[in-house]
Design a protein around this ligand. Sequence first.
Ligand code: ZN
Length: 237
Amino acid sequence: MCEICDARAGSRRAFLTLAAAGLCSAAAGSRAAGLPPAPSVSPDDALARLQAGNAAFVQAPQLCAARLGKQRAQLATHQAPWASIVSCADSRVPPELLFGGLGLGQLFVARNAGHLPDSATLGTLEYGCSMLGVSLIVVLGHERCGAVAAACAAVRDNARFPGFIAPLVEAIVPAARAVLDQPGDFLDNAVRENARRTAQAIATRSESIGQGVAQGKVRVVAARYDLDSGKVELLTP
Ligand SMILES: [Zn+2]
């Protein structure tokens, strides 16, 4: 077991057990009453947990899977994730690892190239919030994103793309176009704008998530992952 797991295993096991027990009973009760389950973790606490995990990943990114077997057995019949991550499909941006080597049952993750807020993604996030009690949604853009780079090429060079890549890129083009004249690096500005726009779209296009945000029960934030340093930077309050 690595140093991070050694230090965190006790508190993590206790948290998982409590969260699982709490959410199972809460979910059963609320379903009977027709209400969503109460979140096991507040939005602010969930964000602080992710930030602490990322700091640990940046400092000592050892990978340890020693306890996955035990977690699998504990979570085989239920799940109690405490945060949703909407991230790019990029192979270098796996949310569970870059937030500190999180194990099974902790993050509810939706991924596609460019983290587009399509109907499948919105449905996934609504399920996480309304059925599983997730209270925090993090849209995670990343440095040198290929999908955003394609949109930048479409805006700047009129590049065209084949098949289903075309509508995917087209959905990111408005973000790229919005920052075309801004100072600084075009691609990185577009990465940040695309993450902010996806977060905004989630909170406005989903009625149930928008209501949760308005009531302070759900928080949606945009962030950027730095491929070089491993750091996750918040882009929105
Ligand atoms: Zn990407």
